[in-house]
Design a protein around this ligand. Structure first.
Ligand SMILES: [Zn+2]
Length: 478
């Protein structure tokens, strides 16, 4: 039997606002348990919610970045359900008038670029957090209650667990790039539910099964693989698919049944009577559009056009702070873009990974520029420049020229001094010289190598090569 898979993802992304979605409580992670919860968070009688403008702007930003249509009028609805971490008995979300609709995100699929459609992006508030303990049972922390989320709902365009993984990576890069979410999976800033169905080729897609509790991207990939396999086996055994919600158990690496899935009716959505319709004004739309940074794919294209190798370009646009560091270097080295790229990818990023904990550049952009320039001007060999970078990274210094002088790494360009070295190298390499004069052109490399050795790497290879040719030419005319 031949099967195909249809996957849609719902990604919840915690917005980086200072305060919560509908009250003034601080939206911070890691505060003392239940210390950030006011009457609005708790749903106490008489408490009234007020929408957070920054959260609305961030959601609009996300919509604009993926090409959504931004609704000019939108509203908030109550999604009613009972759970211990939801003191109000409902979650404020958006039902039939989401803030953003449509758009798409490109991922690298199995057969090149593939666009995954976005159905909608809407705003909602987070619920509290259940903490399961052995002794006291399950406890509830309400600090997360009311923290703003955007929910990004993809079209069922994803065809494999690998594509799901690539899509999530792209979402993570984008929300971080836009500065609307820190993308921290461990702290739950990005969470994902998946809808997956497997059907026989030629048949209509099956009823999707929802998988919840996916808190890592590899978890999503694994859970989807597991569930696809389970549905295939079920189809082969002649079972029919049914609507249900599964929970991914990361410890046991399997899905288990949570409940048969609720439909929208079960949530009894209705407009929140405490909140008025929200109008997205021209001004807000224009300001948000103006504040949108150059997007990663646009920047990638620009780097390619500037002559950066595609592997390097991809690394440079992986995160916005890397791309911005490169921009700073580029501004001072506009004539030599591939060189600037090589220094940022090869050295700045390497030492950032090794010594900066993967997040902090160990040398300021200006130091990278100064060093790259010393190399470009031929004052220093590439090898020596790399050793200076290491010195800067390890000591926190940012004065490559001073280090160069202290260590005596400046290249010898002095013609007379170099000529002396070349004569002495030739004098003790008579055999090689005869072979070279006899036509073994590749032996020139041997001589240059000897000159380098003699000067401990400080000879300028270009100048040395030229002087060597001159000396040989003289010998021939003699
Ligand atoms: Zn509050």
């Amino acid at each position: 039997m031949q099967f195909y898979t249809v996957i849609g993802l719902e990604v919840h992304s915690q917005l980086l606002t200072r305060t919560k979605m509908f009250c003034g409580c601080a939206a911070i992670y890691g505060a003392a348990v239940n210390s950030r919860a006011c009457p609005v968070c708790l749903g106490l009688p008489g408490a009234l919610p007020t929408p957070n403008r920054a959260a609305v702007e961030m959601a609009v930003k996300m919509g604009l970045a993926v090409g959504s249509t931004i609704a000019r009028k939108t509203k908030f609805d109550r999604k009613n359900y009972f759970y211990a971490d939801l003191p109000k008995g409902y979650q404020i979300s958006q039902y039939d008038m989401p803030l953003c609709a449509g758009g798409s995100i490109a991922i690298r699929g199995q057969f090149g670029e593939k666009r995954i459609g976005i159905i909608r992006i809407h705003l909602e508030e987070d619920a509290g957090k259940s903490i399961h303990t052995d002794i006291e049972g399950t406890l509830v922390d309400l600090n997360r209650c009311g923290v703003p989320l955007v929910e990004i709902v993809s079209a069922p365009d994803i065809a494999s667990p690998q594509e799901a993984y690539a899509y999530l990576q792209e979402i993570r890069r984008l929300v971080r790039w836009l500065g609307i979410c820190d993308g921290n999976l461990e702290e739950g800033s990005l969470r994902c539910d998946a809808n997956v169905s497997v059907a026989r080729v030629g048949d209509e897609p099956g009823i999707p099964v929802e998988i919840k509790n996916l808190n890592s991207f590899h978890g999503v990939e694994k859970a989807l693989q597991y569930e696809i396999e389970r549905q295939r086996t079920a189809l082969e055994c002649g079972e029919t698919s049914e609507r249900r919600t599964l929970l991914w158990d990361a410890d046991r690496q399997e899905t288990r049944l949570m409940r048969s899935k609720e439909s929208a009716q079960d949530y009894r959505y209705f407009p929140d009577p405490d909140l008025v319709e929200l109008e997205i004004t021209d001004v807000l739309l224009r300001q948000t559009t103006d504040a949108l940074p150059e997007l990663p794919w646009t920047r990638m294209q620009r780097y390619l056009e500037l002559g950066v190798k595609s592997d390097d370009a991809e690394v440079l646009v992986a995160e916005k702070d890397i791309a911005d560091y490169f921009e700073a270097v580029l501004k001072d080295l506009p004539a030599d873009v591939p060189r600037a790229a090589r220094w940022v990818v090869g050295e700045a990023l390497r030492w950032r990974k090794e010594l900066g904990g993967g997040e902090r550049f160990v040398a300021p952009a200006q130091a990278t520029i100064d060093l790259a320039r010393l190399e470009a001007e031929g004052r220093i060999s590439t090898l020596a420049a790399k050793s200076i970078y290491e010195e800067m990274a390890r000591t926190g210094r940012s004065d490559p020229e001073a280090i160069m002088r202290e260590k005596g790494l400046e290249q010898v360009k002095d013609t007379e001094a170099l000529q002396k070295v070349i004569y002495s190298v030739i004098a003790r390499s008579q055999q090689e010289l005869n072979r070279y004069l006899g036509g073994e052109a590749k032996l020139k490399g041997y001589f240059i190598g000897q000159i380098m050795k003699e000067t401990r790497g400080k000879a300028d290879p270009v100048v040395s090569g030229k002087l060597f040719d001159e000396i040989i030419a003289e010998m021939k005319t003699d």
